[in-house]
Each structure stands twice: as structure tokens, then as C-alpha cells.
Design a protein around this ligand. Structure first.
Ligand code: PGA
Length: 252
């Protein structure tokens, strides 16, 4: 009952012109496919309008990488969920580890942003994951459960399945070190176990949990075979159309 969902997080890559060319290539490559897998891209803010226009009516989803929790106001340099919805964006990453680590986003900020997504009609892609030090200390489960509890603890059960979760061990992001399929599966099972323990049974059954961290064409199939891995959040490998298409094919 959970369709796989592959999302390319472009991070700070591809300005409007390059993003438009890339989105056009993706659109052509995926045209007429039997859509067994949901696909999305997360361009930088400035490239969102071009990508939204290019991917209209293609079924390829467009996500923002971040939002501010308020609707509007004196928040220089920020963009609200309402503005993103107004621009035709459907999804938004929340709590990516780069936001947490480089921009000081705490669990409390992440929670506000999840609620801002619901308020504005964006579908959150909520990222959780432990650092290398946390894993080496044997705290990976506890860290991820704390992040889930903080971000989703007050969310109504029937809203939770509209959240896509992304388990992204920080030590695997951009490092070329992927979690092994078993390591990833173990953590996905922990996350699904938390959903089971916290909400009625339909929530754990229907909520998608993506894996992220050095996913590429060569390792995607093995990861996607795992019972609790419902897709991928792809960084570096999503910048290359061929590689991204390989990952999509591996999930199908
Ligand atoms: P990566 O990034 O695929 O380059 O490791 C994943 C992410 O940060 O979402």
C-alpha cells in the first residue's frame, strides 16, 4: 500500500536556467512511464517557479528545501509556506541535517516548520538521522526517536501519513558511505515501530519512510528491496539525470 517515492534534493545547485533544462530532460525521460514510483525534485527557492511551470501536469512533484514557520513578517531572507504554496510547490523538506547542523535548527524549530507545512497546505518531508558520534556511542535509535517525538508528537494521527519521513544518517550524507541495507532497514523498522506505538495501526502501515545518504544508481536496488524502505531522498546523485533515472528504475 506504500508507493515508493524518490526525491532529488538539489541543495544549492542549479539556478533557474539549468533547473529548467534539467526538469525538461526529466519530464521527457519519464513521459509515458507506468508510474509505479512517485518522483519529486527539490530545487533551490529561486528555481522553483521555472521547475513548477516545466513539470506541470507531469505527475513529477516539486518540493522546496526549507520554509519559515511564520506566514509573513520581518524575517529578512526567509520564505513562508504560504508563498511556496502560492508558487505551486507541493512538498517541503523540513529538518534536513544540513539545516540542523549548519543553520542551527533545533527540534523545536523543526516542529514549528512541520506545523507551518500543515497550515499552508505543503506536504512535509521530515528528515531525521543521527551523527557519527551518536551512532558510535550507540545512541542512534534514541536520537531518531527524540527527533520524531519532537516534530510529530503533537500531530493528529490522521495527518501523519501525509508526512514523508526520511531517515538520513548524517555520516552517510555526501560522504559516499551508504548505510548497508540491513543497517538502514533496522533504523526504518525502529521508526515504523515508533509510529506503531504512538498512533493507530493505519499510520505505521501507510506512512512512507525514505532512506537518504549517498544513494546512487549502483546501490539503490538493494536498499529499495528492504521491507521498510519506501523510497529515497537523493542528494549528489540526483544532480545527474541519468543517475537519478537509474535510481527511479531501481525503485520500480
Ligand atoms: P547525498 O545527500 O545523497 O549527497 O548523500 C542526501 C541528502 O542530503 O538528502
Amino acid at each position: 500500500m506504500r508507493r515508493k517515492f524518490i526525491v532529488g534534493n538539489w541543495k544549492m545547485h542549479k539556478g533557474p536556467a539549468e533547473a529548467d533544462t534539467f526538469a525538461d530532460a526529466l519530464k521527457r525521460a519519464l513521459a509515458g512511464r507506468d508510474a509505479a514510483v512517485d518522483v519529486g525534485v527539490a530545487p533551490p527557492f529561486l528555481s522553483l517557479p521555472a521547475v513548477v511551470a516545466r513539470l506541470k501536469h507531469t505527475g513529477i512533484q516539486v518540493a522546496a528545501q526549507n520554509l519559515h514557520a511564520e506566514i509573513q513578517g520581518a524575517y529578512t531572507g526567509e520564505v513562508s509556506g504560504e508563498m511556496l504554496r502560492g508558487a505551486g510547490v507541493a512538498y517541503c523538506l523540513v529538518g534536513h541535517s544540513e539545516r540542523r547542523q549548519l543553520f542551527g535548527e533545533t527540534d523545536a524549530v523543526v516542529e514549528k516548520k512541520v506545523h507551518a507545512c500543515f497550515r499552508s497546505g505543503l506536504l512535509p518531508i521530515l528528515c531525521v538521522g543521527e551523527t557519527l558520534a551518536e551512532r558510535e556511542a550507540g545512541h542512534e535509535r534514541e536520537v531518531v526517536v527524540r527527533q520524531l517525538q519532537a516534530a510529530l508528537g503533537k500531530v493528529q494521527a490522521d495527518q501523519v501519513p501525509s508526512v514523508t519521513l526520511a531517515y538520513e544518517p548524517v555520516w552517510a550524507i555526501g560522504t559516499g558511505k551508504t548505510a548497508s541495507p540491513l543497517q538502514a532497514q533496522e533504523m526504518h523498522a525502529t521508526i515504523r515501530g515508533w509510529l506503531e506505538a504512538t498512533y493507530p495501526a493505519f499510520v505505521a502501515r501507510s506512512t512512507r519512510i525514505q532512506y537518504g545518504g549517498s544513494v546512487k544508481g549502483a546501490n539503490a536496488a538493494e536498499l529499495m528491496k528492504m521491507p521498510d524502505i519506501d523510497g529515497a531522498l537523493v542528494g549528489g546523485a540526483a544532480l545527474n539525470a541519468e543517475e537519478f533515472l537509474q535510481i527511479i528504475a531501481a525503485a520500480g
